[in-house]
Design a protein around this ligand. Structure first.
Ligand code: WT7
Length: 571
């Protein structure tokens, strides 16, 4: 079959021609933009905010364009500098210092961004949590990181654990609170009293900046630890991949509770000094188009699951809007279906650029550059300066078209530097010099990478990573559930859905009502995206003789596939 190829984008994009490019992370423009090449000391908050606020031509440019159903607000770079300075002073007042972990559990609002940069300004490590998390998910993360402070809202307080967090000293509340105020630090009161001038804590490039928890196939979520040095790659990819220019209005739809919402919702756009649109609340296709139109968004970074929803809403919906400002669209999180790319060409008259990377990689790794031909279904090619390959389980590189582990030669600037408190887990990602992603892929003869699937049991539902072990652990906390096995089941709109198989304890009967109750139990205990959309009661769950749940077998049964090697199956 002749593969459809979409030629390189016309126009003034930044990485002129991938095939004869000379740029790498050592390129001149990084050196000339960042003073730390001379001083050796750095702070992301300075480079992304204060540097622009110091520049008379940029100081009054809108940095943050915030809109939600009940609130609309603009912050200039100068505003963002002053608000984050104030919060840095609040943090210092309560004893927060370099290296402390400060977590944010709140919706995206202007206060979130002020607090986030305030945390970086005192040299502390920010830990953003997705606002849909339930108590257990919050507890796991605060416990593991030994967070000293949590910033949240009165609405979310009910999901903040009241016990078992010995390291947690203070909770900051953003918003009006009716309860006993002495127990909490009141954000707005403190901010009113705080000075808008502060001392920047200059740190080393390798000092900690960010902790993002993410799921693996076993155990609790892991704290992926990132350092200020990552900014080289945020900046470079903001240029080569997002194609950002200073007068762009950029919208990244991801929440900062996930890595896309920090690396590309905060760092890359503001390192480039663009106007950054933040849209709070949930939205329908009409809201999306309305946001693109109203703010004249020029560069838009979103996800396949959202794009598939727009496709379902039909081309008639998009035709109601004037999206003529839009010039560049990108996608991340799951495979981008070739049909969605074709639809984008018709609906927006633009190419949709797939990008591949992970929480652990910190920034783009394999992407479709504007300067490259797109082969729909392919994730594209590695960033200049990054070596990616397909390797076998011993770390030997495989020839084109052979499927294997998608791996990256370690040492790229934005690579995670540790798994918090878990050196063994960190080591387990590597075979020799290769970071092994957990994805399987192959390379074609021209160096384009093609995603094939996950090699572990991690589930990707609507672009969100769900660890089956976490869901299984929650399920068996329910009194009716004896054993549980959880898999990802293919789904046309969501990519995958979470499907759980359970066995029941003595005295419980399978019923629609019981299954719904168990679903709700996971939803309220863990989070909505982790709750099984399908729940099936079985007489037994297949296990190995050593007692490991054989999810692979459950999946083969579910999909009607050959079951493969079952020699380790328990009698
Ligand atoms: C996993 C990482 C980092 C952005 C958000 C996800 C899957 C990511 C793609 C893509 C196919 C993709 C992979 C990867 N994934 N991008 N373009 N095509 N799959 O971050 O939660 O750390 O998940 O998402 O399986 O390993 P994450």
């Amino acid at each position: 079959m002749e593969m459809k190829k979409i030629p390189a984008r016309e126009g003034n994009h930044n990485l002129k021609d991938y095939n004869c490019m000379k740029e790498s992370f050592a390129w001149e423009s990084i050196k000339t933009n960042f003073s730390w090449f001379e001083t050796g000391k750095v702070n992301m908050a300075y480079e992304a905010v204060d540097r622009h606020a110091d520049n008379p031509n940029k100081s009054n440019q809108t940095a943050l364009l915030f809109s939600s159903p009940d609130r609309e607000e603009k912050l200039t770079f100068n505003d963002l500098r002053h608000e984050s300075n104030k919060f840095a002073n609040v943090l210092r007042k309560y004893g927060i210092k370099k290296g402390d972990r400060v977590f944010l559990f709140m919706p995206r609002t202007p206060e979130f961004y002020a607090a986030f940069f305030g945390i970086l300004k005192v040299g502390a490590i920010a830990g953003p949590l997705f606002e849909a998390f339930m108590e257990q998910a919050v507890r796991d993360r605060l416990q593991d990181s030994e967070a000293k402070m949590l910033i949240t809202t009165p609405d979310l307080l009910a999901r903040v654990p009241q016990a078992d967090l010995p390291a947690l000293e203070k909770i900051v509340l953003v918003g009006d609170y009716e309860g006993k105020v002495e127990s909490y630090i009141q954000y707005h009161e403190e901010m009113k009293a705080a000075s808008d001038q502060t001392e920047m804590e200059w740190v080393d490039l390798e000092d900690g900046m960010l902790l993002h928890y993410t799921s693996g196939s076993t155990g609790k979520p892991k704290g992926v630890y990132h350092v200020h040095h990552a900014m080289i790659q945020h900046y470079a990819s903001g240029d080569w991949v997002l194609d950002l220019k200073e007068d762009d209005t950029y919208w990244c739809t991801a929440d900062p509770g996930w890595v896309t919402g920090t690396s590309y919702g905060i760092f890359a756009p503001w390192l480039h000094g663009v106007t950054n649109v933040v849209r709070g609340g949930r939205f329908t296709p009409d809201d999306w188009y309305h946001t693109l139109e109203k703010y004249c968004v020029t560069v838009w970074y979103t996800a396949p699951t959202a794009l598939r929803k727009l496709v379902s809403a039909g081309k008639e919906t998009v035709e109601n809007y004037d999206l003529s400002a839009l010039r560049h669209i990108l996608s991340v999180g799951e495979p981008l279906n070739p049909e969605v790319i074709s639809w984008g060409l018709k609906a927006f008259h633009l190419r949709i650029h797939d990008t591949w990377w992970m929480t652990e990689t910190g920034a783009h790794i394999i992407v479709n550059f504007p300067s490259m031909e797109i082969r729909p279904g392919s994730m594209g090619k590695p960033l200049p300066g990054i070596e990616a390959s397909i390797v076998d389980n011993e770390g030997n590189e495989l020839p084109p078209y052979q499927m294997g582990n998608l791996a990256i030669k370690k040492g790229w600037p934005s690579m995670m530097r540790a798994i918090w408190n878990n050196p063994g887990k960190f080591e387990s990602y590597f075979i020799q010099d290769w970071y092994v992603s957990g994805d399987s892929a192959y390379k074609d003869e021209d160096g384009y990478f093609w995603f094939q699937g996950r090699l572990d049991d991690v589930i990707n539902t609507s672009g969100e990573r769900v660890g089956p072990f976490e869901v299984e652990s929650k399920l068996i906390e329910h009194p009716a559930v004896a054993e549980a096995g959880v898999i990802g089941k293919p789904h046309p709109e969501r990519g995958e859905i979470v499907k759980a198989f359970i066995t029941l304890n003595e005295g419980y009967e399978d019923s629609e009502a019981l299954r719904e109750e168990i679903r709700q139990f996971v939803k309220t205990g863990l989070s909505a995206h982790a709750a099984p959309r399908e729940l099936e009661v079985k007489d037994s769950i297949p296990k190995t003789r050593s007692g490991k749940i054989m999810r692979r077998l459950l999946k083969s049964w579910e999909l009607g596939l050959p079951t493969g090697d079952t020699s380790t199956l328990e009698e």
